[in-house]
Design a protein around this ligand. Structure first.
Ligand code: FAD
Length: 409
């Protein structure tokens, strides 16, 4: 019967994760959720909420570091689901810096992680942000075509960055920016590297700040890099590793992963968990509404048309979460995403969030369409999950390539 492998399969989170989930949920329910509508209207970074979170240690490198290192891999998905259950715009303000930190953690040296990641969070009373700048006005999905250039000035031991980045979360207001740039444009995506731009560096400025459809409490802006000079040690992973990699590629060998793609891969299950949080919020809200809203003398939830919608919503949320947990667990155990499981989680969770929040509006009827109720905001928020960190089409392309082995384009 047994092949000698472990007989245990469990989705039990265990005491530590369960306790952490309760703690984050409490903050999401008492601080984030009540502030959601206000910051959506203000379209500004909710600094007071970040401060509150910093005070209790929730907005801190320590907290995110612990969750990233958590043995099962579920620390981040569990925490992100709760934060985004509270509100996605505020949630993104709370986790945006951790996405930038991942760009350094995924490829950086221990010294770089130690020096720069803490500066992306600051401390209670002096909260700071980090930003990851990959997308450009022309290359969005096509990360390999990035035009921002990094050239090395050997005499000064400095890198010089020039280009324009766009749609950058925390762009221009972050303390530390991580910028993806082409070192050898002829090599396409394999000639790129990420660079840390320290606080206060001259030449980096904020361009246009975007007014958005959803997640409006999260700041999104252009970042203009004009002769930005950063110390030689600011190339993520170090100069030596970059030179070796470029040499390998020039000789026709494999040069490792693209800098930006590696960051996206590592962060996909986390982004999927954000979408699960929004979808769950909407499913729960619509369920409570359907139990109490009476038409034709009975709760609307007694109509199969409504109950079936609620059933589909719950099943979809749970399915998305299971894919998310699988991908996060695989990533933490070092199992390769042979069928693009990270992309599967992002694709299904993103599409689920859009569909479920739309169904929630339908169940709330006229109320659902007004700003008196949160579901219209959640629907606007949900749409981002089919777009950023790789659109749904890009996820399908990656899954398609993985499962067919063909060069699907
Ligand atoms: C609120 C917000 C926050 C963001 N935050 C950041 C950030 O912090 N850092 C950062 O670097 N970027 C960020 N982005 C950018 C985001 O990652 C890009 O918008 C996304 O990658 C898509 O690129 P694009 O907008 O240029 O779309 P395009 O690449 O122009 O795509 C447009 C459409 O064409 C489709 N398409 C493109 N290529 C293909 C293909 N090969 N096959 C099939 N369909 C295709 C896409 O799926 C999409 O539907 C953010 C964007 C937003 C809106």
């Amino acid at each position: 019967m047994s092949d000698g492998g472990p007989a245990v399969f469990s989705l039990d989170l265990g005491d530590d994760l369960t306790e952490m989930r309760g703690w984050v949920h409490e903050f999401a329910a008492s601080v984030i959720r009540p502030a959601g509508a206000e910051w959506d209207e203000r379209e500004e970074t909710p600094w007071p909420v970040l401060e509150e979170a910093a005070k209790i240690g929730l907005y801190s490198l320590d907290f995110y570091g612990q969750q990233y290192m958590e043995g099962s891999g579920l620390g981040i998905p569990v925490a992100f689901e709760e934060l985004f259950w509270g509100d996605a715009g505020i949630g993104l303000s709370l986790v945006g810096s951790s996405l930038a930190a991942v760009a350094v953690v995924a490829n950086g040296t221990p010294e770089q992680i130690g020096e720069w990641c803490p500066q992306m969070f600051g401390s209670p009373g002096e909260v700071k942000l980090g930003a990851f700048c990959s997308s450009e006005p022309e290359p969005g999905s096509d990360v390999g075509a990035i035009k921002t250039r990094a050239t090395y000035d050997a005499a000064a031991d400095e890198w010089v960055l020039n280009g324009v980045k766009t749609w950058v979360t925390n762009g221009g207001i972050a303390n530390v920016h991580v910028v993806v740039a082409a070192v050898d444009p002829a090599l396409g995506s394999r000639g790129q590297a990420s660079f840390i731009v320290p606080p206060g560096t001259r030449g980096l400025s904020m361009g246009q700040k975007f007014r958005k459809h959803g997640i409006r409490a999260s700041h999104t802006a252009e970042v203009v890099l004009s002769d930005v000079r950063v110390p030689g040690r600011c190339v993520v992973g170090g100069r030596e590793r970059l030179d070796e990699r470029l040499a390998r590629v020039r000789e026709g060998g494999r040069g490792g992963e693209q800098a930006a793609m590696k960051t996206f891969e590592a962060s996909r299950p986390g982004v999927a968990a954000m979408a699960v949080g929004v979808a769950r919020a909407a499913a729960e809200y619509a369920t409570e509404y359907a139990q109490t809203r009476v038409q034709f003398g009975r709760p609307i939830g007694q109509n199969q048309a409504v109950a079936f919608m609620l059933a589909d919503m719950r099943a979809a949320v749970d399915a998305a979460r299971l894919l998310t947990w699988r991908a996060a667990w695989m990533a933490r155990q070092g199992k390769p995403f042979t069928n693009a499981e990270g992309s599967m989680s992002k694709l299904v969770a993103g599409e689920t969030a859009v569909r479920v929040t739309e169904q929630a509006i339908q169940i709330l009827g006229g109320n659902g369409y007004t700003r008196e109720y949160p579901v219209e905001r959640w629907h606007r928020d949900a749409k981002i999950f089919t777009i950023f960190e790789g659109t749904s089409e890009i996820q399908r392309m990656l899954i398609g390539r993985a499962v067919t082995g063909l060069d699907v384009r």
